[in-house]
Write a protein that binds this ligand. Sequence first.
Ligand SMILES: [Mn+2]
Length: 253
Amino acid sequence: MINSTEYVKAHILVRDVPQAKQWADIFSTEALQVDIIDCGSFLADVKLYLASNTTRSTMDRLLLPSALPGVDRVIYLDIDTLVLSDLKELYSQDTGPVGLKAKRSKNPHVATIGNSLRAWGHDNCEQILDHIDGKWPSFNAGVMLMDLECLRQCDFTAKTMRYVHEFGVNDQHACAIYAEGRCAPLAPSWNVFIGSDHDRTTPWHILHWAGSVKPWTPTAALHEMWLSYQPNHGVSCQNSRMPRVIETLDSMK
Ligand SMILES: [Mn+2]
């Protein structure tokens, strides 16, 4: 919030966090309205191929077009990100024909959806590739500009749920398959990976601890910077179950 020049509405995706409503009251101010979305048991019984440093909460971003029916667009942010610039500039950018803007994957091992599925250890990879083009580019879903109205019109939820239920793909693969290579590319400055990117990327608009070492770990790179942005309200942030944050300027309209 300290870097924002506009009113912000933050929709926090949570699971099993009884104190979330209390946090929303504590953190809401004239400049920031906090809203809680309880994702409960969404996809609890579905076999998923998830990275070891993620939980089923990673899937909850797929709910956004239906969870926020009155909202036209959001900036989705993982909990392991830190916003250092005004999000207003990102919020107004073009999301392309399928309503998604995200940072393309550069690493050749995960740069295409086919390679990424193999890297993720999918044992049903060839079955999935029978239905899609394995050369479609992959992207990081930790920071995304999402045109929710476009996503609703393009049946985003139905299309992503089909691949999640049939093949157990995670949210990132589901989004890449949905986009069919037409995701608008996000400038790297808006999703700077700590470790692989941050020493050669400027400016830093949004930092992202996308690997297994998270910013709340004292030994993490730039941990002190992350710590300096944490609110001093007596709420522990040392817990990987802290909610993810969506920031939107939608309610300014
Ligand atoms: Mn992340």
